[in-house]
Design a protein around this ligand. Structure first.
Ligand code: SF4
Length: 231
């Protein structure tokens, strides 16, 4: 367990009422995106899997900072693998009911029951952003070792109880550039609220899109308008 929050709180944290705080609460992630800093900079050792922010200091930090918005980002690890993740979410719901919370995740390997239970602890100010770059046959080309079945069943299970927003974040690659509309349709059919197409500079020569991003995005927008009119 990391105790950096103790150190940080005692030595640096004087101000309160922050507008936005981003926290990496976990360094764990079962996925191996090739251009994630975890995998790009360090290969073959466990140095990135140092653990998790210790729960009690983390909760104290959240209480003290009293931010308008908290982001549990997935930049160097994925927050859902923190062993006390539900306890943390529950604490925020109970003690900071109007604090906006964004949770970014790849969404893999958790059971339906886990997501259902999590959804019971969240509220309408909490937003989930699932990083899913393609469909069943393409997501793993960048999200190496992600688990498609558990991602989709997890979103459906979360949707049954979660009152807030669920987003599908889709980075455009050459291997998924032809699947954007299909992915959007799937997203809508499983209860996703918002589909976000992302232009990224995290490409290898092979994975760089061969189509114009703006064109794909405008085709998506016009498809979405038609889709919403028909719904
Ligand atoms: S899912 Fe996120 S944390 Fe995990 S390897 Fe990919 S970019 Fe890194």
């Amino acid at each position: 367990m990391l105790n950096v929050l103790n150190y940080f709180s005692k030595n640096f944290l004087r101000a309160k009422n922050f507008r936005k705080i981003e926290l990496e609460i976990s360094t764990r992630c079962p996925v191996r995106c090739p251009l994630c800093p975890r995998n790009m900079n360090i290969t073959g050792d466990k140095s990135w899997n140092t653990g998790f922010l210790e729960t009690e200091p983390l909760l104290k930090f959240i209480d003290h900072a009293d931010a308008e918005q908290l982001i549990f980002c997935g930049g160097y690890g994925d927050p859902i693998y923190h062993p006390d993740f539900k306890k943390i979410i529950s604490h925020i719901s109970k003690n900071h009911p109007e604090m906006r919370l964004m949770i970014e995740t790849n969404g893999s390997y958790k059971k339906e029951e886990w997501w259902e239970d999590l959804g019971k602890h969240t509220n309408k100010y909490h937003k989930f952003s699932f990083s899913i770059d393609g469909l069943e046959d393409s997501n793993e080309k960048y999200r190496v070792n992600a688990n498609w079945a558990s991602i989709i069943s997890g979103i459906k299970a979360l949707r049954r109880y979660h009152k807030g927003n669920i987003q599908w974040k889709y980075i455009l690659f050459s291997h998924n550039q032809h699947q954007v509309i299909e992915a959007y349709k799937l997203a809508m059919s499983i209860g996703v609220d918002h589909f976000k197409l992302v232009k990224s500079d995290r490409h290898t020569e092979e994975s760089r899109p061969t189509v114009n991003f703006d064109k794909v995005e405008s085709e998506l927008i016009s498809f979405q308008e038609t889709w919403k009119q028909q719904a």
